[in-house]
Design a protein around this ligand. Structure first.
Ligand SMILES: Cc1cc2nc3c(=O)[nH]c(=O)nc-3n(C[C@H](O)[C@H](O)[C@H](O)COP(=O)(O)OP(=O)(O)OC[C@H]3O[C@@H](n4cnc5c(N)ncnc54)[C@H](O)[C@@H]3O)c2cc1C
Length: 452
């Protein structure tokens, strides 16, 4: 049970951590709340998935829970002066399968929010938005979902502004890496210890550590002997490449008012008459974001990968590269090629003349169902987990912390508590098109090891 006199340490200042701090300090202004992150919140270079040029804000989900939650977040983005400056309501153009479109529309209808959403046959959709998507590759696309209320958020700027606000409300910020969790003799989590040796005691430790969560839990399990702390198959760190091109004046004139473009959740690839169903795979979803204030158009790639390494002798998990910046700016030619391919999926020949000079690998925590984990950790009292954005978590920034605080207070509605539980039945990942399915080492440039 949370209380005004409690002492909260939130590890990780991405959207899960900052949103939790925001809602916690507003509910309990007298509570002690500390955010601990390896990076300063205003650093020029951060590893957080939440720290990005832009992210898609859409309520277009066939899952009713995320549709409703995203609408709640969208309402804050369109009305609250803290969040509003960062939201660009450009609309969204989603090339998808009939089932996905139907699922989204029925959610909006159920909630009485269908005014902005429409579904188009491909041939008619091609003419929308000045024919911007006329040259797209519509293989396996059955329909196009258009939502005029969706758009994108200037992600890093928004994260920094809201962090400043929570600091103004009394939350403390420690820019140090958490090396270990601390436990009392009964096995209760009692705080954290940083790599610099600083110890912060806490009544509640909340892990909002994104892709690094499995690593921190492995290390803490080994140090404490509480082996059940390990994430096991619950969480997988996965990486995706993003790439940007700066538009010249002519292209900018054409693309300045474009909507977010998405292609994904189309029909099954392959000929179902010839290929056994277990080998058919829906491709992951790809995206094209409208130009930023620096006139840069951004895509994320189709290759979603893991990075399996030995974290401790005999223990192999996927985790971001060991470099302090997760080696996020070191991009292989094969991953750059992924962005070129995606840009031509959206814009055909128009993309051929663009140069891609800016790339980043972004790491997030995935679950097989793409559900978040917002839950007490069952191996230790006082320890909580709130992360696993699974490649779609940013948009919930304004509201997700409220649900984390409800979880801390044990008042989360039952259907959410079970959906986001640490221990729950999880589907097989093969059914998830966005599951990190290849190893990063297989996507690196070949190393020449012979001098002959
Ligand atoms: C390429 C890409 C594109 C995406 N696009 C979208 C999109 O368009 N729309 C959308 O809604 N979502 C999108 N997402 C998903 C979204 O970005 C994430 O789900 C969300 O940002 C995750 O937030 P988080 O707080 O869990 O993790 P993060 O933002 O990664 O934050 C984790 C923080 O924990 C800190 N940390 C980790 N370990 C330690 C430690 N031991 N000690 C101290 N600090 C630590 C890190 O420094 C980091 O700041 C995308 C993700 C990727 C990768």
């Amino acid at each position: 049970m949370a209380a005004a006199g409690s002492c909260y340490v939130i590890v990780g200042a991405g959207i899960f951590g900052v949103s939790t701090a925001y809602h916690l300090i507003r509910r309990y202004p007298e509570a002690s709340v500390t955010l601990v992150d390896r990076d300063a919140f205003d650093a020029d270079n951060r590893v957080a998935a939440s720290w990005d040029w832009n992210k898609v804000m859409r309520a277009d989900y066939d899952d009713p829970v995320y549709c409703e939650l995203a609408l709640e977040a969208q309402d804050v983005f369109t009305s609250d002066p803290l969040w509003k400056p960062f939201f660009h309501q450009t609309g969204l153009y989603w090339m998808c399968g009939r089932d996905y479109a139907r699922g989204c529309v029925s959610n909006f209808e159920r909630l009485g929010r269908h005014g902005d959403i429409s579904v188009w046959p491909v041939e008619e959709a091609r003419k929308l938005f000045g024919g911007l998507f006329d040259e797209s590759d519509y293989t396996n696309v059955e329909q196009v979902l258009v939502n005029r209320a969706s758009g994108w958020v200037a992600a890093g700027d928004c994260l920094q502004a809201v962090t400043r606000r929570v600091l103004g409300l009394g939350v403390k910020y420690v820019a140090e890496e958490v090396a270990n969790l601390q436990f009392d003799p009964s096995g209760r989590c009692a705080g954290i210890e940083t790599a610099q040796g600083r110890r912060l005691p806490a009544s509640h430790v909340v892990l909002c550590t994104g892709a690094s969560t499995p690593k921190l839990l492995e290390i803490s399990a080994a140090a404490s002997g509480l082996t059940n702390l390990q994430a096991g198959s619950r969480i997988l760190a996965g990486g995706i490449t993003t790439g940007m091109t700066r538009l010249d004046d002519d292209s900018y004139a054409k693309f300045a008012d474009m909507p977010v473009g998405i292609q994904g959740y189309t029909t099954l690839k392959g000929n179902s008459a010839c290929v056994p169903s277990q080998f058919l795979r829906v491709p992951p979803f790809m995206g094209s974001l409208p130009p930023t204030k620096d006139r840069e158009l951004k895509w994320w790639g189709q290759k979603i990968f893991r990075n399996t390494k030995e974290v401790l002798p005999g223990r192999f998990i996927s985790m971001p590269p060991a470099e302090a910046d997760y080696a996020q700016w070191k991009i292989s030619e094969r991953l750059k090629e992924d962005i070129v391919n995606v840009s031509s999926v959206f814009y055909g020949n128009q993309a051929a003349k663009w140069k891609f000079e800016k790339h980043r690998i972004c790491w997030d925590a995935f679950t097989t169902s793409s559900d978040f984990i917002i839950s007490p950790h069952t191996a230790s009292k006082g320890l909580y987990v709130a992360t696993c954005g699974s490649f779609h978590g940013y948009k919930f920034f304004p509201v997700i912390g409220r649900y984390v605080v409800d979880m801390l207070e044990d008042t989360l509605p039952a259907r959410l508590a079970s959906k986001w539980a640490w221990d729950r039945e999880r589907p097989d990942p093969s059914a998830n098109p966005d599951w990190p399915s290849c190893e990063m080492k297989d996507l690196l440039d070949p190393v020449r090891d012979s001098r002959l």
